[in-house]
Structures are given as C-alpha cells and as structure tokens.
Ligand binder design. Structure first.
Ligand code: ADP
Ligand code: 5GP
Length: 188
C-alpha cells in the first residue's frame, strides 16, 4: 500500500477542521501537516497544533529558503505548507493538508502521484452561514470576506478528485475514510 497526500479544501466554516480531527483520531497511519501563518491566533488556537504562528519577516525568509511546498495569501495574511515535514512523513505514512483551492492545485502539480484532492462542500449556503456564525471566531468584516469567497471556492470543485458533502459529520467522515482506503490501494 502506498502513502497518499490527502488535500482537504472547502469554504471556511464547512467543517474541514472538525472532519480532519476525527479522521486523525481514528487512523494512526495518518498525520496532519501544520501550516505556518502570519495571521493572529484565534481564541483557543495553539501554536504548533493549529498553525505555527510566525511573523511576516520570518515568512518571507522561509519563502526565500524554499522552505514551503506551497504558500498563498488569504485575507491579507500568508499561509504555507512546510516542505520538509511533508516529504519526511510521506516516507512512513499518509499526510493530510487542510488548505485552500490554489494551494491544493499547487500541491497536485508538485506531487501528482501522491496528492488526492478532496473538496468538502456544505449541504446548502444557509447551513454554511449558520456554521460560520456558530463558530463565531470572525468579526463582521472577516465573516463577510469569507462568505464572498465561498462561491469562488465551490466553483473549483470540478478540479478536485472528489467532492464530499458534509451533511452528517459521521457519514462524511466515513466517505473520506473510504476514499483514502481506495487511493492507498491504487498502484501508481
Ligand atoms: P472549517 O475548518 O472548514 O472552517 P470547522 O471545522 O471549524 O470548519 O466547523 C465550523 C462549525 O461547524 C463548527 O462549529 C463545527 O462544530 C460545525 N460543524 C462541522 N461539521 C458539521 C456537521 N456535519 N453538521 C453540523 N455542524 C458541523
Ligand atoms: P483560516 O484563517 O480560516 O484558518 O484559513 C484561511 C484559509 O487559508 C483557508 O482557506 C485555509 O484552508 C487556508 N490555508 C490554511 N493553511 C494553508 C496553507 O498551508 N497553504 C494554503 N495555500 N492555504 C492554507
């Protein structure tokens, strides 16, 4: 069986973080890559677990050193996937990335054999708004920015290998587990 790079994307609030946490809890052959970001931590976020929170200056230095497999800017902040962690872990197990559409396509271009792109979609836009509001982690302006980006993100679904609707959390999790199982069995 091969190891795969599971790339999970989808609009903010759709449930990516929740799904990834439950996938990791049930699979000790799966590890998450923690991204670096220049945005400020939200309440409850822990450095090194949710993100590595670094300064703009450090981020630029690391771009120059080719330390990122891919990186992008969202809402005025930088986000990047540490290259060495992903390459090292993939030798032993599968790796999950929770990144946006542009980052996902870059990951596929850079690692076409390993990358499996999964778009998590909401059952409806109304439900997505409810989840974002329930999480309550953004101010009003950030909330609007994130909502405006939703349409663009969902339009990219045809570029993905799989689209999973996060209607019921347990059902969506099982669907992703099945995708990973099948992809690991493929001879490429
Ligand atoms: P993302 O990481 O995509 O931004 P989160 O994982 O933070 O989204 O989820 C946003 C909110 O939606 C959280 O409050 C989470 O508990 C809730 N949520 C996630 N999946 C579901 C689901 N299938 N049904 C109902 N609520 C969900
Ligand atoms: P948030 O600020 O809500 O945590 O994330 C904002 C956006 O950045 C989300 O779409 C998330 O998927 C994306 N993101 C998080 N980490 C990375 C990364 O390492 N690379 C890229 N390209 N996007 C990322």
């Amino acid at each position: 069986m091969r190891n795969v790079l599971v790339v999970i994307s989808g609009p903010s609030g759709v449930g990516k973080g929740t799904l990834v946490r439950s996938l990791l809890a049930e699979d000790d052959r799966l590890v998450e890559s923690v991204s670096c970001t220049t945005r400020a931590p939200r309440a409850g976020e822990v450095d090194g677990r949710d993100y590595f929170f670094i300064t703009q200056e450090e981020f630029r230095d690391r771009i120059a050193a080719n330390d990122f497999l891919e990186y992008d800017e969202h809402f005025g902040n930088f986000y990047g996937t540490p290259r060495s962690f992903v390459e090292r872990q993939l030798k032993n197990m599968s790796v999950v990335l929770e990144i946006d559409v542009v980052g996902a396509l870059n990951a596929k271009r850079l690692m076409p054999r390993s990358a499996v792109l999964i778009m998590v979609a909401p059952p409806s836009l109304e439900e997505l708004q409810k989840r974002l509001l329930r999480r309550g982690s953004e101010g009003e302006e950030q909330f609007r920015e994130r909502l405006q980006r939703v349409k663009y993100e969902l339009e990219q679904a045809p570029l993905y290998d799989y689209v999973v609707v996060n209607d019921d959390l347990q059902r969506a999790k099982r669907e992703i587990q099945e995708i990973i199982r099948k992809e690991k069995e493929k001879e490429i």
